[in-house]
Design a protein around this ligand. Structure first.
Ligand code: PLP
Length: 343
């Protein structure tokens, strides 16, 4: 089976497993797991931040970020299709107690004017205390629901400038920031400089089994460690999995370009088939979304041909290219696609 459902389905490579098996470990809750610490320092360095904290999931990294930047009742501005809003199980309301002001981005990207409009402050007609205070804006790069799309650096910088004028914190959900950096050649730290805190995931395109990191200023990450413990994220000999993440950071970033090339090849094959529709301009990295009359039926038929994909809506399908999908697999998947679509 060629599994294109997600880049989270990858299995650790032999070399990764060897690194994990021999990792020195301690007790992460007591702060003395040397491999976790190495990973945190490495990621903080790559992102140009003072410190980073290793957590079990991207969801936890994002939710801790919301908690450290806000107080219950605050308003947070983000694109309406953000992972934080749509796919994190209601956590912003349940854990941080915030409301989200969703804005309609273009491929996930919104403008400084949209941000300012969604974050009303006191004015001559509206005295302080009338609106819930907006304290945070979040960006997602690459943007999952929009198709693995990349926020242009200049757009991020202009959001940061407006956030600074409005006195808001900035969080970047960079679960797949590795892909954005690989596709554009822009340094991770340059992207990360547009935000106060950044989440990066090791368990997606990088192919590690578990974990994400939240990076930021020292005092923010010190506070984040408290919420990690509070949310049940204290994982004792976590060095075993941190070693897989370190291996992924060191060995799997270069090859992300191969996933992007395979995604593009598949997307172009979709575009050639009359019964399918796709916005090729939205295919920037390793995710491909396309439309078909009956998504679930199409997914079932693709599965019968040995290709697993995901029906993400009544007429929408997602396929994702990753470490466990070779060039040959991509050619085979395109063959299955053509057979099922009759293209
Ligand atoms: C953009 C984005 N942010 C956050 C997450 C959450 O990561 P996790 O599944 O590790 O909680 C995902 C997961 O796919 C994602 O795509």
């Amino acid at each position: 089976m060629i599994d294109l459902r997600s880049d989270t389905v990858t299995r650790p490579t032999e070399a990764m497993r060897a690194a994990m098996a021999s990792a020195p470990v301690g007790d992460d809750v007591l702060g003395d797991d040397p491999t976790v610490r190495r990973l945190e320092e490495r990621v903080a360095g790559l992102l140009g931040k003072e410190d980073a904290v290793y957590v079990p999931s991207g969801t936890m990294a994002n939710q801790i970020a919301l908690r450290v930047h806000t107080r219950p009742g605050d308003r947070v501005v983000m694109d309406a299709d953000s992972h934080i809003r749509v796919h994190e199980s209601g956590a912003p309301a349940a854990l941080a107690g915030v409301t989200i002001a969703p804005v309609a981005g273009d491929l996930g990207v919104f403008t400084p004017d949209q941000l300012a409009e969604a974050a009303p402050g006191p004015s001559p007609d509206f005295p302080p205390g009338l609106f819930d205070p907006t304290t945070l804006v979040t960006m997602e790069n690459t943007h999952n629901e929009a198709g693995g799309t990349i926020w242009p650096l200049e757009s991020m910088q202009s959001i940061q400038a407006t956030a600074s004028r409005l006195g808001l914190g900035v969080h970047l959900d960079g679960a797949r920031l590795w892909n954005a950096a690989a596709a554009t050649g822009i340094d991770l730290a340059t992207y990360a400089a547009t935000a106060d805190t950044v989440n990066v995931c090791f368990s997606k395109g990088l192919g590690a089994p578990i974990g994400s990191a939240l990076a930021g200023p020292q005092e923010v990450i010190d506070r984040a460690r408290w919420f990690k413990k509070m949310y049940g994220g204290g994982f004792r000999q976590a060095g075993i999995i941190a070693a897989g993440a370190l291996h992924a950071v060191d060995h799997h970033r270069e090859r992300l370009a191969e996933d992007h090339a395979n995604a593009r090849r598949f997307a172009e094959a979709v575009a050639d088939i009359d019964t399918l529709s796709i916005d090729l301009a939205a295919v920037h990295t390793n995710l491909v979304y396309f439309d078909v009359a009956n998504a679930q039926q199409f997914v079932d038929r693709l599965r019968a041909e040995g290709v697993d994909s995901l029906a993400v809506g009544p007429d929408r399908i997602r396929v994702v290219f990753h470490l466990d999908v070779s060039d040959d697999d991509t050619v085979e998947a395109i063959g299955a696609l053509r057979k099922v679509a009759g293209g």
